[in-house]
Design a protein around this ligand. Sequence first.
Ligand SMILES: *Cc1c(COP(=O)(O)O)cnc(C)c1O
Length: 425
Amino acid sequence: MRKSKALFAASKKVLPGGVDSPVRAFRAVGGDPVFMRSGAGAHLTDADGKSYVDYVLSWGPMILGHAHPAVVRAAERALRKGSSFGAPTEEELRLAEAVRAALPSMERLRFTSSGTEAVMSALRLARAYTGRELIVKFVGGYHGHADSLLVAAGSGATTLGRPDSAGVPAAWAKTTLCLPYNDIPAVREAFRRHGRKIAAVIVEPVAANMGVVAPEPPFLETLRELTKKSKTLLIFDEVITGFRFFYGGAQTGMRITPDLTTLGKIVGGGFPVGCYGGRREVMDLVAPQGPVYQAGTLSGNPVAMAAGLATLDVLRRERPYARMAEMTRVIVTELRGMGRFKGLPLQVNHVASMFTVFFTETHVRDMASAKTSDTKAYARFFHGLLERGVYFPPAQFEAAMLSSAHSTLDLERTLDAAARAIRRL
Ligand SMILES: *Cc1c(COP(=O)(O)O)cnc(C)c1O
């Protein structure tokens, strides 16, 4: 840890909090962050040379593991040809075609440089298309850091939101309604009161940013029905779920068609990317086709496009999904068993290859129940794993994930570390 500690101390003198994205700083679990030097497959090596089995996977993109040879090759080839032209390239056309083939609801789509940008643009588009201003989001849903989305729930479920970050104007936060996830009555009430004013409902079709929480039928079906009735656009934020469960999105498995979808993470193969798209008549409002302005110097960057295309190509050919889900099921079952053995109240939520360990007796189905978790116990569990070379998300309300590179040996190492970490709680 010596090198990491020195790097962090120096970083704090130049970067706020020593990091470029807050969760990396380990504030939620205490201690100093580990600086990573390299990654290969399911493993990371830190600045001091210690190795870890990685369940963070850069928070989602690295579904094939780190430095996958096919992705490295594609990115290298693209890089040699020049890394950015500010002009259209064949790579973005090919990736757009591949995304649309996998997610047919995205009849037209556009690439951006981050998920935040994709979501922000999708909201602007929804407001333009409907001529309305209100947005509905769900408590604990994360959609990037655009102003309209850094909003906390108001005093009642159907009252307008208030800023959840300094610097977000109150007037701006009031354009967002923040409802509890999986709460159908709250959604019905919101639509009764504000339906004709709501431009869009944005939702993670499987929540991953309050920890993993599955939608309980008919939650999403109800969103689809109500939005259709009141001519509101339904936006599935699939930045994390896109290509995570299937070759396609969470929507592929659910047979619900959103009006707009946002993607990011996996479709950039580990490079900065975002993407939004949907019904043609809506997307045709985007400039230069229509009046909704949105642009980006590095949008559709050829290196990111090549890495994304290579990632999708491997996923399409190898279909690692069933194996990843099965391995996750093993981890989850074992963790639950360890909790029972120790007499700990433990909830392990999982959907396919994503899971979250909550230290609570309460079934976790929304942010309120997620918050019943003993986050101090999570912090001790996290450090117990870290010590033994297993890198879990350094915060409770996040998803741990598997890649196609995780092996049964990695699984054994993980479970061994988890057993020791839990025994010591
Ligand atoms: C990560 C994430 C975002 C933001 O993407 P960035 O590339 O970090 O801006 C948006 N929505 C969801 C669901 C995410 O998981």
